[in-house]
Write a protein that binds this ligand. Structure first.
Ligand code: ADP
Ligand code: MG
Length: 392
């Protein structure tokens, strides 16, 4: 890792502005997935051990530059409170007198959580004056907000102009794993699923250069099947991407050392979703939709992955939100979890959720907390929120 971290800087007794990404979903007051909070705890603990005062800052949802009551950070602070076993004060603003007073009252080891920073339009506008106001609260800027690092916002990028800026431990881990994927230990496999080819094309072209195996599943596989002349019924297809899919298949066909797996059997359902069946890809009846990969495709995938040294997976291979179409995705998660010697990296919001649901997250080398950010990094794009951190 070429960026400085909290280990490279003296934080003792300092006020640390800790940008985190606690943009988490709630349902009925209950947090749905607290992975992003849990993953930030090691950084908070390390800072506490040095006697730092931790001023955490996050956005939540898309309030569009104004106060939205349901998007206050208070419930997030309550949950962090439980994870840390200590009080986390939720401050009802993120700049100005109220925030300043809250910081002034802090003791070493204290943690406060500022109000949703996107209540100010200046955040997304990366307004220099607003960045300065945020910076005025602290002595050091620590970024653990990997999930937001692809956004040039005031609390992610602008603030770093005014304070020494280093990576937190979560940011460090994200960067280390994702950098490993850019120059992977071979044999190297990519599994791509999800709904839209456009989102994944950059990864396909960038990572495919050193891939030995590409497995395509999910909605995007339908476009590959159609490019092969297969009738996919009423399945999700991107007709304007058929040429791109064809190009990927052509590249793979020309390279002896690259294997491409496209589903050979699929789980289909009628429009009402009542009749569910597994068929060969050549036998999708009119009106039916492909919603998951079939058993044979899962087994081919399992076998092909066994001797891989690096595997990166992005995008569910089926409509995993609905049973029984989650089976392929859950199986892929389990296959990755039990590979004999591969470094396994999972990116993408939905894919990370699927790995959690399969109950194997702790057997995956790295489950990224950043959806969009990990995708951009895998495409070779420099993230603005990483670029501003001090080099080693
Ligand atoms: P991630 O968030 O992990 O990057 P994407 O956003 O690319 O993943 O794609 C996830 C979505 O793709 C899910 O909502 C899933 O239901 C959908 N999907 C996957 N396979 C299919 C399919 N065969 N038909 C329709 N939707 C699909
Ligand atoms: Mg998604």
């Amino acid at each position: 890792m070429h960026k400085q971290t909290i280990r490279d800087i003296d934080v003792s007794g300092k006020r640390v502005f800790l940008r985190v990404d606690y943009n988490v979903q709630f349902d009925d007051g209950q947090i749905l997935d607290d992975m992003r909070l849990r993953e930030s705890v090691p950084t908070i603990r390390a800072l506490q051990e040095c006697g730092a005062k931790i001023i955490a800052c996050s956005h939540r949802g898309r309030p569009g530059g104004k106060v939205v009551e349901e998007l206050r950070n208070a419930p997030v602070a309550d949950h962090l409170d439980k994870l840390l076993g200590q009080e986390v004060k939720a401050v009802r603003s993120c700049v100005g007198p109220e925030a300043e007073a809250a910081v002034a009252a802090m003791q070493p080891g204290d943690v406060i959580l500022l109000e949703n920073v996107r209540f100010h339009a200046e955040e997304e506008g990366n307004d220099p004056e607003f960045a300065k106001q945020l910076a005025a609260l602290a002595d050091i800027f620590v970024s653990d907000a990997f999930g937001t690092a692809h956004r040039a916002h005031a609390s992610v990028v602008g603030i770093a102009q005014h304070l020494p800026a280093v990576a937190g431990l979560l940011m460090e881990r994200e960067l280390e794993y994702l950098e490993q994927i850019i120059t992977p230990k071979r044999p190297f496999a990519i599994i791509l699923g999800g709904a839209k080819i456009a989102d994944k094309l950059g990864i396909l072209t960038n990572l495919a250069k050193h891939a030995d195996l590409i497995i395509v599943g999910g909605g995007i596989a339908n476009t590959f099947l159609k490019a092969q002349g297969i009738d996919v019924g009423a399945s999700l297809v991107e007709n304007d991407r058929i040429d791109d899919a064809f190009e990927v298949m052509r590249t793979a066909a020309l390279r002896d050392d690259l294997r491409l797996i496209i589903p050979t059997d699929v789980v289909i359902a009628d429009p009402g979703g009542e009749r569910v069946n597994t068929v060969s890809v050549n036998r999708v009846p009119p009106g039916f939709r492909i919603l998951d990969i079939g058993r044979q495709t899962i087994e081919d995938t399992r076998e092909a992955l066994q001797d891989m040294n690096t595997v990166v997976w992005n995008g569910p291979v089926g409509f995993f939100e609905r049973e029984p179409f989650d089976r392929g995705t859950i199986e892929i998660a389990r296959i990755l979890a039990f590979l004999p010697h591969a470094v396994t990296v999972v990116g993408g919001g939905e894919t990370a959720a699927a790995v959690q649901r399969a109950g194997v997250a702790d057997r995956i080398s790295h489950v990224s907390t950043g959806g969009g950010a990990s995708l951009e990094m895998l495409q070779g794009i420099t993230l603005p929120g990483v670029a501003v951190l001090r080099d080693k």
